[in-house]
Design a protein around this ligand. Structure first.
Ligand code: SAM
Length: 349
């Protein structure tokens, strides 16, 4: 290899990196269109030709072939022979009709309610404020309140996004020593149900808004734990329900700014028994970005900035937040990679 060709190689790799980043959002649209058209469901567990898929979906044959080939290039399909496709393990997660589906998550992340504020990311970086409020004229959760269908889709997306953590969390903390576990902002109860199924002694409570709880009854019944859980409708900025000795907060603290989070934690502090605990379940950012850090947690951090005005936090941030509300951190247990979550246990001081 000539000397200047060798010098050119890192430059070419750098150009490739930038090109891939620029095409990143197009990949999201490819995935979203596939989910909305139901093409992965039509292929199902076997192999199908692009023409079959086009007929089943009512789409134009050549454009369908191009979409399927893009999905194959993204690792969601395999093209065994020209024009014939099979769904890969990753592609199967985007079918609408399976137990472990991530399709609602795909629909939510490509929906205008998530993407329109991202078009104004630079505004949020300038101001430090969520662009969502300026675009929609209200905050994210109030917007959901006014649109029950969208709210249901959000709850389903959260449930699908929580499933991996729900598999990992129960074995990584001694839940069995508590009497009543309250999942604050627990949504449809996907996490609490997994914990209660693994630990038969404790009872549970989900504390959420009326919209947040709308799918909880059905989920808890499907998981066989409905008789061990009460549903409590309320606003965590106004109060926390008494009666628990463990209060969970998964993917709730990152939705809010420090002052709002301290308010939520102070309400819990008021009702927490002396030997009670709070368990915050969120990623913990390193002080500086490590080369092996999953980019998804930094994308999530900006997603919180643009859409809700919250943030992902470092250990020092969590310590300061807990101290502000009268808590001290008593344990940090990371879940196994690639799950980015850490169980952050706190006790009242
Ligand atoms: C990002 S979701 C997390 C859901 C669930 N903990 C999980 O990890 O899948 C935030 C939750 O907080 C709830 N929430 C938002 N504002 C609330 C409020 N003021 N009071 C109680 N719950 C609220 C939402 O309804 C939603 O269920």
């Amino acid at each position: 290899m000539e000397a200047n060709e060798e010098r050119a190689t890192p430059a070419r790799a750098a150009r490739g990196t930038v090109t891939q980043l620029l095409f990143g959002q197009l990949s999201t649209h490819v995935v979203a269109a596939a989910v909305r058209l139901g093409v992965l469901d039509r292929i199902g567990a076997g192999t199908r030709t692009a023409d079959d898929v086009a007929t089943a979906c009512g789409t134009q044959p050549q454009a369908t072939l191009r979409l399927l080939r893009a999905l194959a290039a993204l690792g969601l399909l395999t093209e065994h022979e020209p024009g014939t496709f099979e769904v890969t393990a990753a592609g199967a997660l985007l079918r609408n009709d399976t137990q472990d589906s991530m399709a609602a998550l795909a629909r939510m992340f490509s929906s205008p309610v998530m993407t329109r504020a991202w078009e104004r990311l630079e505004d949020s970086v300038r101001s430090g404020e969520p662009a969502f409020d300026a675009v929609f004229g209200t905050d994210f959760f109030s917007h959901l309140k006014g649109d029950p269908e969208l709210s249901q889709e959000f709850n389903t997306a959260m449930s699908q996004g929580t499933r991996t953590a729900a598999q990992d969390v129960p074995a990584h903390y001694d839940f069995g020593r508590f009497t009543t576990i309250v999942d604050v902002g627990g949504g449809d109860g996907t996490l609490l149900a997994a914990i209660l199924r693994a630990h038969p002694a404790p009872r549970g409570m989900i504390y959420d808004t009326a919209e947040g709880l709308a799918q909880a009854g059905a989920r808890l019944a499907a998981e066989g734990v409905a008789d061990r859980v009460t549903l409590e409708t309320g606003d965590f900025f106004a109060a926390a329900p008494a009666g628990g000795d463990l209060y969970l907060l998964k993917s709730v603290i990152h939705d809010w700014n420090d002052e709002q989070c301290a308010g939520i934690l102070r309400h819990i502090r008021q009702v927490l028994p002396a030997d009670g605990r709070v368990l915050i379940i969120e990623p913990v950012l390193a002080d500086a970005v490590r080369p092996d850090a999953p980019a998804v947690i930094y994308m999530s951090d900006l997603n919180m900035l643009v859409n809700v005005g919250g943030r992902e936090r470092t250990r020092a941030d969590f310590e300061a937040l807990c101290a502000q509300a009268g808590f001290t951190i008593t344990g940090l247990t990371p879940l196994p990679a690639p799950d980015p979550f850490v169980l952050i246990e706190a006790a009242a001081v």
